[in-house]
Design a protein around this ligand. Sequence first.
Ligand code: S3P
Length: 168
Amino acid sequence: MNICLIGLPGAGKSTLGRRLANSLDRPFVDSDHEIEQRIGCTIREFFEQQGEDAFRDVEEATITELTGRPGPWVLSTGGGSVLRPGTRLRLHDAAHVVYLCVQPAELAQRLRHDRRRPLLQGVDPLERLQALFDERDAFYRETAHTIIQTSDWRLPALVEHLATSLTA
Ligand code: S3P
């Protein structure tokens, strides 16, 4: 079964995804990394030059392509991948989707020095992350098959738990 990780920026999707893929000996793909290969610049630069809508178009096309690849794989997505209904459906159908749920206050603490994420620049991170949570939590829940409150877990135990429960 393919596995996909979703959740807000800073939830740990890439770190967990890489470790999970390693532990299961599967290919790991990070959709943001794939997008940067395609656009030839950083996501922050692309947002500044082309705007968010153009980014969402590339994100949707990239996820369509990635979820069509032969599996089993582990895919980590960007936090906004659930914004488009078609992408939510595609992820839900293509993989066992795990929502890494983290409270905005904890994310703001983790991301307080972030310079990479365009949506967090020049704003109060807590306010923005709270707004993203309010907008997206229902989308993450609708897309997911499993919801994990990551504060209940240490990383190695979570990797082990998912590796065992999703391949049983
Ligand atoms: C975004 C999250 C980012 C990246 C882009 C937009 C978002 O990925 O896709 O900056 O809309 O939440 P991470 O979730 O890995 O930070």
